[in-house]
Design a protein around this ligand. Structure first.
Ligand SMILES: [Zn+2]
Ligand SMILES: [Zn+2]
Length: 172
């Protein structure tokens, strides 16, 4: 057996009453109060204790926490752009800072309320890049949420040509 396999962390066993003990606050809590790693309960500290330790660290290392958070966010955005394409599918805007992840069926509110989605980009990565998202620039996205359709005047040239030839075919 390789060393890596030997070192593999085992999932923690629940107590007979279905709880887990926290190594910091020494309280017994339900498994929901513990973070999971790859779906497994491996952490000794409960969420609250992890959170307060992180907050403490954040206070003493303000710059580092911000940078770490930025790196995490950049990485998630990068993964999404690699999957969905790195330009606005409608107007072709390529400036990454201008791009948003759009809900094709405008169900962003539903997601935030019912699926506890706090950041769509992260949710897209977690759920394996479903088709319900697409890349739009902020302008096209704002227009869509206001008028319920995409701005005809901003349409990329190749979409215009495509839809024109499509239209011609239908006429025949
Ligand atoms: Zn705790
Ligand atoms: Zn656009």
């Amino acid at each position: 057996m390789s060393l890596k396999k030997l070192r593999k962390i085992k999932e923690r066993n629940l107590n007979s009453d279905g709880t887990l003990g926290c190594s910091v606050c020494h309280q017994f809590k339900s498994p929901d109060n513990f973070c999971r790693k790859d779906g497994k309960l491996t952490y000794g500290r409960c969420r609250e204790c992890r959170r307060s330790e992180y907050d403490k660290w954040k206070k003493s290392n303000p710059g580092m926490a911000q940078k770490a958070n930025q790196r995490w966010k950049d990485n998630i955005r990068k993964q999404c752009l690699e999957h969905y394409g790195s330009e606005c599918i409608w107007c072709g805007e390529k400036d990454v800072g201008m791009l948003t992840l759009d809900h094709v069926n405008n169900d962003g509110n539903f997601e935030r309320k019912n699926l506890n989605v706090y950041w769509t980009w992260h949710h897209a990565v977690k759920t394996g890049f479903p088709n319900k998202y697409q890349i739009l620039c902020m302008g096209c996205n704002a227009y869509k949420s206001w008028y319920g359709k995409l701005p005809e005047s901003k349409k990329k040239l190749d979409i215009r040509i495509f839809s024109l030839s499509d239209y011609a075919k239908r006429e025949k």
